[in-house]
Design a protein around this ligand. Sequence first.
Ligand SMILES: Cc1ncc(COP(=O)(O)O)c(C=O)c1O
Length: 433
Amino acid sequence: MAPNPQAEELNGIITAVNPVILSLLSAKGKAIFFPQKGILGQTADAKGKAINATIGIALEEDGSPMRLASIACEIPAIDPKDAFPYAPSFGKPELRKRWKEMLAEKNPSLKGKCYSLPVVTHALTHALSMCGYLFINEGDELITPDLYWGNYNLCFKNAYGASFSMFPLFAGEGFNTSGLAEALKKGGSKKIVLLNFPNNPAGYTPTVKEYERIIAILLASAESGKHLVVLCDDAYFGLIYRRGIAEESLFAQLCDLHENLLAVKIDGATKEDYVWGLRVGFITYGIKGATPRLFEALEAKTAGAVRGSISNVSHLSQSLVLKAFTHPSYAKQKQEKYAILKKRCDAVISVLEHHPEYGECFTALPFNSGYFMCVALAEGIDSERVRQMLLKDYSTGVIALPGMLRLAFSACRTSDIPDLFENIYQACKSLKA
Ligand SMILES: Cc1ncc(COP(=O)(O)O)c(C=O)c1O
């Protein structure tokens, strides 16, 4: 199939600024474009005309979006124009602008740096999938720690044919920086790296020193001539509970690290703002030497992929989160929820400290952030059998992973945390006996 001229135009813009980025795009990524000229373009041309028969929605006689009162009455605080019509495939402009500003507020190192406007996605799963679309060809290797969110398999292996090149997440009590360095040395020159901190399932974020080491390793790889796209899955951003842990996203340092390294920030309101079902996420790009036109080209490709998958993200959801971001008590409310989650993490730490006997049956993997932590089970204790027994005899639900259990302390009442661990201990003991 001959490449579409609009895709060629975007590829030309990208190549003129940095051909490395073109080499990082998948075949689909090279071919995609945002159709400026078809129905969308003609609709845009007709905006404000006295008679506009272009838009694929219905309008009331007064020109407002057609709507059923039975639905509209449920959302009185949102103007119908901010809920019922389609949002742009790029996302609501005010939301994109606000999220970009918020990135710099949350990551002070980003202040003054050049990075793209975020493109809105149907939360992070969709953002990850769009990254697969844009960067992964069948058979490409995806470098990731061995403890990762299970849905990466469907997002990257099933959907785009990636093969995972894994390294152990931990070396002793900390992040396995040399594992990352080794993984980068293997294989060809295109490197797709996926790093998720705070990590699901481990609940681990590297220390500030480990972050510096990770950045140095990625820089050395880029300097050695490798072409890297580093996907930063920041789903649980901001939920850091211990001192000395990196508080900023890796993206803040990677976005202008080297011309051979494209940094991609995948984040969203889902976990950060406790709106899992609203499905609002973002993809943001950064690379050293970028220009606004380069970012516009990458945003257009991303919006094209969004247009071809889900068309656009819920307008109502985007309006709701945008309203929250400008609410006077937003920061205070977030702090209150953070305090609850931190208290639960502290409760886990305290329970483990007070019960050395639990070490006969399980030990905690390092954790300091996010929603989860894991316990590695003692030799000979099968995680699935423990899970089954916990359900049957202890009315307790956990996630069984090979050799370990994942515990979402985020979802447990603080007062239930001692019982959660005691139940696991008792179940393990009886299975050991
Ligand atoms: C590490 C990680 N990334 C992404 C996601 C997907 O989040 P969303 O609900 O925004 O699609 C999850 C959800 O559990 C996750 O744990």
